[in-house]
Design a protein around this ligand. Structure first.
Ligand code: FES
Length: 114
């Protein structure tokens, strides 16, 4: 029987899922945002430490409209229409300070306190 290695994951405070699918954006804006997120998190001090943010790209979040779309877990906060400037604000207010930016939220899950 083939041995399966257990994957590992560093501790994180929040996980940001960025949709890079083609149904919620027309010109790859989700992928551009995802690519920018790595450096933005690092510059904000969220690449390591207590508030470390994990990021993942997904092909669809199931709400295919008005992207780029982001989902922040475990808070269960879903953002729409996010560009680079808005992402900077989300990083400061939500990912660092814990306060979702309600102006761009289109859905809140059961864990959201914002
Ligand atoms: S393609 Fe982005 S939510 Fe479906």
């Amino acid at each position: 029987m083939k041995e399966v290695m257990k994957p590992s994951m560093r501790t994180y405070k929040r996980h940001v899922l960025v949709c890079v699918g083609s149904k919620c954006t027309e010109n790859g804006e989700g992928q551009i945002l995802y690519d920018a997120l790595k450096d933005k998190l690092k510059k904000a001090g969220l690449g390591s430490g207590e508030l470390r943010v994990e990021r993942s790209r997904v092909n669809c979040l199931g709400t295919c409209k008005s992207g780029p779309l982001l989902c922040v877990h475990p808070d269960g906060v879903w953002y729409y229409g996010i560009d680079s400037d808005k992402l900077d604000i989300i990083i400061e207010q939500h990912l660092k300070a814990g306060k979702p930016v309600t102006e761009w939220v289109y859905h809140q899950g059961p864990n959201c306190e914002g």
